[in-house]
Ligand binder design. Structure first.
Ligand code: HEM
Length: 533
């Protein structure tokens, strides 16, 4: 059948609610939505009542699974404007073109709580941004801390299970949950740096508007001339970084569990549009992928801004709250692997695991492989992927051929092997012995935790000590407290002594566990970071 004669192609665009009359899902007018069809005024309800059954069935299936992590969140639409100075490091048009404006959707979240949990808990915050660029979708799926607890994705289920509500009573912050979380931290010295961030004031942001954001992993950027750099992403809030103190957080959790969500919506409604500058740390793309002795593939490490300054390359402004929370904030699907030409992933083992995890979880959370067709996820560029069918397919594909090469239809979408307008992987060499490795360059677990501790003001240090003392004080098991204290002693003896005193425990000796490097000198010599123009 010719395309234009097929009535299916003339179906109206899908609008959720249209017209002035109440209809069934099949578009038939409804005479009465207040009374079920019964046999007689007080008789039994009849199975024949299609409107009743359809209405209740739809309601019964309104809920989808909440995200396995980052279930509690709030989002907003906005715009990203590029300064254009990033053209020297990336060919990604949304960064490289001066004044180019790109539509974005941002979702902020806590990690461990359920969808209905309170906003102002001590936790990591997600900061995920979907850029609807003219070259396809780029997602920057980051957090408000620049490092992560673990170095290898194979441990992600373990840390989440240790921190999530206890499996027997499902009480989120009960003492035994503290035991498993802190047992994990004490047993995994690579977590110490991130634990320092979590126990700092950064763990309780005042507002989403006053959080920094970080891509955490190192990405590879490619410029138009083919030169590559290793890059870390930063979001710098225009309002600066602010936190709540513990007592404030207790009050807001009880008095207004929606504190952060409300703040975001209220600010946008008042025209006080939240803003962040996007910043890049740009490092040379060397064969060993290190910078100043820091392994850039280790997600438990930062690159200090003193040795590689953050250079700002664009401005994000959030201008509009979602019209419908479910359609937008719940159904948005971010993925670390949604990258555009000019931005590439690296061999960071945590990042590599994430490349698998997000699509996999979204297949079940969003019911099949077609969630990219949902309005909030739909690319703003033409899509011609030759995929077919699947649950909740919205498109009516025409033509009988969906493969290349073929001898029947020469009108199929072209590939671009030369990469003119396509994503082409930068050819980086890969070799080595197959095995479950633990690189030596990943074994320094304390020097940056110490750097963080020393960067805090005395008031911030006091908050850090109070947070560790409070949290560890909730643990039932002595060996769990001692395990974490042993790590803190490797960070700083004063920190460990103050927390130990608060817990009434002896100060450990600071002996570094086997297989972990003590504190290799972090070079203070300024290196040669890359530059935007
Ligand atoms: C969700 C960040 C590590 C699995 C998220 C979200 C963020 C995030 C911001 C919320 C997305 C949203 O708002 O919809 C990060 C960061 C990580 C990290 C910055 C480390 C640097 C991992 C790892 C895994 C993982 C290692 C698994 C191996 C997931 C899953 C979701 C999620 C399954 C739920 C996604 C969904 O249902 O849509 N992550 N994550 N994450 N993350 Fe991660």
């Amino acid at each position: 059948m010719a395309r234009d004669s097929n009535p299916v192609h003339h179906a109206p665009d899908l609008h959720a609610q249209e017209g002035d009359r109440l209809t069934t899902a099949q578009g038939v007018g409804v005479d009465d939505t207040d009374h079920s069809l019964t046999a007689g005024p007080r008789g039994p309800v009849l199975l024949e009542d299609h409107h009743l059954r359809e209405k209740i069935t739809h309601f019964d299936h309104e809920r989808i699974p909440e995200r396995v992590v980052h279930a509690r969140g709030a989002g907003a639409h906005g715009v990203f404007r590029a300064y254009g100075n990033a053209a020297s490091v990336t060919k990604a048009a949304f960064l490289a073109t001066p004044d180019e404006e790109t539509e974005v959707f941002v979702r902020f979240s806590t990690v461990l709580g359920s969808r209905g949990s309170a906003d102002t808990v001590r936790d990591v915050r997600g900061f995920a941004t979907k850029f609807h660029t003219r070259e396809g979708t780029f997602d920057l799926v980051g957090n408000n801390f620049p490092v992560f607890f673990i170095q290898d994705a194979v441990k992600f289920p373990d840390i989440i299970h240790a921190g999530k509500p206890e499996p027997d009573r499902e009480i989120p912050q009960a003492q035994s949950a503290h035991d498993t979380f802190w047992d994990f931290i004490g047993s995994h010295t690579e977590s110490t740096h991130m634990a320092m961030w979590a126990m700092s004031d950064r763990g309780i942001p005042r507002s989403y508007r006053t959080m920094e954001g970080f891509g955490v992993h190192t990405f590879r950027m490619e410029a138009t001339d083919g030169t590559t750099s290793l890059v870390k992403f930063h979001w710098k809030p225009h309002l600066g970084v602010h936190s709540q103190v513990w007592e404030e957080a207790q009050i807001t959790q009880g008095a207004d569990p929606d504190f952060h969500r409300r703040d975001l919506y209220d600010a946008i409604a008042a025209g006080a549009y939240p803003q962040w500058e996007l910043g890049l740390q740009i490092m040379p793309d060397t064969t060993d992928e290190t910078f100043e002795g820091i392994d850039l593939l280790d997600p438990t490490k930062i690159v200090p801004e003193e040795i590689c300054p953050v250079q700002t390359v664009g401005l994000l402004t959030l201008t509009e709250a979602p019209e419908n929370f479910f359609a937008e904030t719940e159904q948005v699907a971010f993925h670390v692997d949604h990258v555009v030409p000019g931005i590439q992933v690296t061999n960071d083992p945590l990042m590599q695991g994430r490349l698998f995890s997000y699509l996999d979880t979204q297949l079940s959370r969003l019911g099949g492989p077609n969630f990219a067709q949902l309005p909030v996820n739909r690319p703003r560029t033409p899509v011609n992927d030759m995929f077919r069918d699947g649950m909740h397919q919205q498109a009516v594909h025409s033509g009988i051929v969906a493969y290349k090469p073929n001898q029947i239809d020469d009108d199929l979408p072209r590939t671009s092997p030369e990469g003119e307008d396509a994503f082409v992987t930068v050819p980086t060499p890969v070799s080595g012995e197959k095995g479950r490795h633990h690189p030596v360059s990943f074994t320094d677990h304390f020097s940056q935790a110490r750097l963080f501790w020393l960067s805090l003001t005395p008031v911030e240090q006091a908050h850090e000590v109070e947070a560790f003392t409070f949290e560890l004080g909730k643990c039932l098991r002595q060996e769990v407290k001692e395990g974490v204290l042993a790590s803190l002693a490797c960070v700083d003896t004063d920190l460990a002594a103050r927390v130990a005193a608060g817990l009434g425990l002896p100060v450990p000796d600071g002996e570094v566990p086997d297989g972990v490097v003590a504190s290799p000198a972090l070079s203070q010599i300024p290196a040669e970071p890359g530059r935007v123009d």
